[in-house]
Design a protein around this ligand. Structure first.
Ligand code: FES
Length: 152
Protein backbone atom coordinates (compact mmCIF):
# COMPACT_ATOMS: atom_id res chain seq x y z
CA UNK A 1 0.00 0.00 0.00
CA UNK A 2 1.19 3.51 -0.82
CA UNK A 3 0.57 6.72 1.07
CA UNK A 4 0.85 10.28 -0.13
CA UNK A 5 2.56 12.46 2.45
CA UNK A 6 3.71 16.07 2.65
CA UNK A 7 6.94 16.99 4.38
CA UNK A 8 8.38 20.46 4.82
CA UNK A 9 11.81 19.25 3.78
CA UNK A 10 14.52 21.82 4.37
CA UNK A 11 11.86 24.51 4.29
CA UNK A 12 10.21 23.38 1.09
CA UNK A 13 6.83 21.70 0.94
CA UNK A 14 7.50 18.34 -0.72
CA UNK A 15 5.09 15.56 -1.59
CA UNK A 16 6.11 11.91 -1.53
CA UNK A 17 4.42 8.64 -2.32
CA UNK A 18 5.77 6.29 0.31
CA UNK A 19 5.20 2.64 0.91
CA UNK A 20 3.83 1.11 4.05
CA UNK A 21 6.68 0.46 6.45
CA UNK A 22 9.06 2.82 4.65
CA UNK A 23 11.35 4.64 7.03
CA UNK A 24 12.22 8.31 6.79
CA UNK A 25 15.87 7.62 5.95
CA UNK A 26 14.78 5.86 2.76
CA UNK A 27 12.42 8.65 1.78
CA UNK A 28 15.18 11.20 2.35
CA UNK A 29 18.00 9.29 0.67
CA UNK A 30 16.21 7.44 -2.11
CA UNK A 31 13.20 9.59 -2.96
CA UNK A 32 14.60 13.06 -2.17
CA UNK A 33 18.18 12.12 -3.11
CA UNK A 34 19.68 13.76 -0.02
CA UNK A 35 22.64 11.52 0.73
CA UNK A 36 24.00 13.53 3.66
CA UNK A 37 21.69 11.50 5.87
CA UNK A 38 23.84 8.43 6.57
CA UNK A 39 22.86 4.85 7.30
CA UNK A 40 24.98 3.23 9.96
CA UNK A 41 23.33 0.64 12.17
CA UNK A 42 19.79 0.99 10.75
CA UNK A 43 18.48 0.20 14.21
CA UNK A 44 18.42 3.45 16.17
CA UNK A 45 21.80 3.03 17.86
CA UNK A 46 24.40 5.17 16.08
CA UNK A 47 22.82 8.51 15.15
CA UNK A 48 24.37 8.64 11.68
CA UNK A 49 20.88 9.08 10.23
CA UNK A 50 19.95 12.00 12.49
CA UNK A 51 17.63 14.63 11.06
CA UNK A 52 15.64 17.36 12.82
CA UNK A 53 11.93 16.65 13.06
CA UNK A 54 10.19 19.88 14.07
CA UNK A 55 13.59 20.97 15.38
CA UNK A 56 14.23 17.86 17.47
CA UNK A 57 16.99 15.38 16.53
CA UNK A 58 15.61 11.94 15.70
CA UNK A 59 16.98 8.78 14.12
CA UNK A 60 15.41 8.73 10.68
CA UNK A 61 15.99 4.96 10.39
CA UNK A 62 13.56 4.46 13.24
CA UNK A 63 10.68 6.66 12.12
CA UNK A 64 8.09 5.64 9.58
CA UNK A 65 7.80 8.20 6.81
CA UNK A 66 4.06 8.47 7.37
CA UNK A 67 4.82 9.71 10.88
CA UNK A 68 6.57 12.73 9.33
CA UNK A 69 3.47 13.71 7.35
CA UNK A 70 2.79 17.43 7.75
CA UNK A 71 5.96 18.02 9.75
CA UNK A 72 9.22 19.86 9.24
CA UNK A 73 12.33 17.82 8.47
CA UNK A 74 15.78 19.37 8.25
CA UNK A 75 18.75 17.43 6.89
CA UNK A 76 22.36 18.53 6.72
CA UNK A 77 21.70 19.84 3.20
CA UNK A 78 19.24 22.31 4.70
CA UNK A 79 21.79 24.10 6.87
CA UNK A 80 24.18 25.80 4.48
CA UNK A 81 23.17 28.81 2.45
CA UNK A 82 24.62 28.07 -0.98
CA UNK A 83 28.39 27.88 -0.50
CA UNK A 84 28.16 29.55 2.89
CA UNK A 85 28.33 27.04 5.72
CA UNK A 86 26.00 27.22 8.70
CA UNK A 87 27.90 28.53 11.77
CA UNK A 88 27.86 25.05 13.36
CA UNK A 89 29.29 23.52 10.16
CA UNK A 90 31.91 26.27 10.05
CA UNK A 91 32.88 25.58 13.67
CA UNK A 92 33.35 21.86 12.91
CA UNK A 93 35.56 22.85 9.98
CA UNK A 94 37.54 25.41 11.98
CA UNK A 95 38.03 23.04 14.91
CA UNK A 96 39.24 20.24 12.61
CA UNK A 97 36.51 18.06 14.08
CA UNK A 98 36.03 15.84 11.03
CA UNK A 99 37.90 12.57 10.51
CA UNK A 100 36.18 10.07 8.23
CA UNK A 101 33.12 12.34 8.30
CA UNK A 102 30.44 9.67 8.35
CA UNK A 103 28.95 10.73 11.69
CA UNK A 104 29.34 14.46 11.11
CA UNK A 105 25.97 15.32 9.50
CA UNK A 106 24.22 13.78 12.50
CA UNK A 107 26.61 15.40 14.96
CA UNK A 108 26.13 18.83 13.39
CA UNK A 109 22.34 18.51 13.45
CA UNK A 110 22.32 17.38 17.09
CA UNK A 111 24.66 20.27 17.96
CA UNK A 112 22.45 22.74 16.10
CA UNK A 113 19.36 21.55 17.97
CA UNK A 114 21.22 21.94 21.27
CA UNK A 115 22.48 25.44 20.49
CA UNK A 116 19.08 26.58 19.23
CA UNK A 117 17.69 25.71 22.67
CA UNK A 118 20.73 26.49 24.79
CA UNK A 119 23.26 28.88 23.24
CA UNK A 120 25.79 28.44 26.09
CA UNK A 121 25.80 24.76 27.00
CA UNK A 122 28.11 23.29 29.64
CA UNK A 123 30.50 20.46 28.75
CA UNK A 124 28.06 18.02 30.32
CA UNK A 125 25.15 19.39 28.33
CA UNK A 126 27.13 19.08 25.10
CA UNK A 127 28.04 15.47 25.89
CA UNK A 128 24.44 14.64 26.77
CA UNK A 129 23.12 16.26 23.57
CA UNK A 130 25.59 14.29 21.43
CA UNK A 131 25.27 11.04 23.37
CA UNK A 132 23.06 9.51 20.66
CA UNK A 133 25.68 10.17 17.97
CA UNK A 134 28.56 7.71 17.79
CA UNK A 135 31.90 8.47 16.13
CA UNK A 136 33.79 5.34 15.23
CA UNK A 137 36.98 7.37 14.73
CA UNK A 138 36.45 8.36 18.41
CA UNK A 139 37.03 12.01 17.58
CA UNK A 140 34.90 13.23 20.45
CA UNK A 141 37.38 15.75 21.90
CA UNK A 142 37.48 17.89 18.77
CA UNK A 143 33.76 17.46 18.18
CA UNK A 144 33.08 18.86 21.65
CA UNK A 145 35.55 21.67 20.94
CA UNK A 146 33.66 22.46 17.73
CA UNK A 147 30.35 22.74 19.57
CA UNK A 148 31.99 25.06 22.14
CA UNK A 149 33.40 27.14 19.29
CA UNK A 150 29.97 27.38 17.67
CA UNK A 151 28.50 28.44 21.02
CA UNK A 152 30.81 31.46 21.30
FE1 FES B 1 19.86 5.22 12.28
FE2 FES B 1 22.17 4.19 13.15
S1 FES B 1 21.45 4.37 11.09
S2 FES B 1 20.64 5.21 14.31
Amino acid sequence: MEYKIKIFLNGKETMFNVSEGETLIDTIRERAGLKGCKRGCDSGECGACTVLLDGVPINSCSLLSVQADGRSVVTIEGLSNGAKLHPVQQAFYDAGAVQCGYCIPGMVLSAKALLDKNPSPSDGEIRKALSGNLCRCTGYTKIEAAVKLAAK
